[in-house]
Design a protein around this ligand. Sequence first.
Ligand code: SAH
Length: 399
Amino acid sequence: MNPRITLKAGKAKPVLAHHPWIFSGAIARADDAQDGDTVDIFDSAGRWIARGYYNARSQITARVWTCQDEPIDRAFLRARFQRALAARDTVVDQAATNAYRLVNAESDLLPGLVVDRYADTLVMQFLTLGVEKRKTEFVEIAQELLEPHSIYERSDVDVREKEGLAEATGVLCGAEPPERILVHENKLVFAVDVKRGHKTGFYLDQRENRRRVVEFLSPAPQPAEILNVFSYTGGFGVYACAPNPAARVVNLDASLDALNLARENMQLNGVADQGECVQADAFQMLRRYRDQARFFDTIILDPPKFVQAKSQLQSGLRGYKDINLLALKLLKPGGTLVTCSCSGQVSPELFQQVIFEAAVDAKRDVQIVARLLQAPDHPILLSFPESEYLKGLVCRVMY
Ligand code: SAH
């Protein structure tokens, strides 16, 4: 018998609608539940409604495994893992791409667990105590199902602190990954540093957007000047240059490590002489280009998360407006702005409103020609709107 938690009156509805999070304020009693335990979840009338895991140290005090009466044992976890893997077969062309997300936590009904594949290496993140306690089981399941060369842990994420957990990184099984893993993404080659890179090494969630953006560049072989702001390791820039030898890209990022990899990635794809890397603060550099009256055909804006919490919403929105206003001013007539936000707190509607306000201030007529979202190996769970976080617009500046 699992320990039980009982919800307050009126708080069972989201759980019954398969939302996976139960906040501390929804819980009336937790009886003998210990942090990390599997718990049975009851509504205020004493009816069993779900099974999940518990951590009183977190504001998200319970996360739901299942709304069916089934044991949360190794067979259960393995079946969930397997279901996530099978789903990737339909959304990732594995002949062209061998770097992608295998398990996307709550969206794959494995709350707190992230598993990314980089060729023969797996990178895992255990974001909560509930999955931390099952780390050995998950590592064994991953070994059984995927037989990777190595599994590396990148649980160096802030959210662990909210769970009362320290950050953790290191080899979980197999060999230590090399400094650079070469992966294929849509048949392009990228060097990834899974040990020190951002997230698990690469922004896998932008894969489809990187591919799509090429459709909106001026048709090859016309020359095009592209400014790739917040370039990280140059992903969008490589995609833009590879089909068009006349294209030139400026990769702009604050991180020297990222730009060193961007240079390597340009080389690996035979486009080294088509680009330059500029280490600078984007807010300052965009102003400098404005002062120099330097114009571009395409500008890509893929900033880090400006809104980490609700309290940062207004300042974050000002940040988005600022860079988009500057970018709109730097585009040639007919030019293209690709603008993204990975802040979950900023809805697609709100983001579009910000771009509209930027266009008004920039005094430019702007069309939306495409909407972007996270790649399908980062699925959005319908019952969990929080899982939608990445949004983007491809805009054309008319005049
Ligand atoms: N477009 C990239 C991912 C961008 S991630 C891709 O497709 O891979 C965001 C990047 O913004 C990071 O590389 C980070 O180093 C950079 N960054 C954060 N703040 C910055 C700033 N103020 N100026 C320039 N770059 C910044």
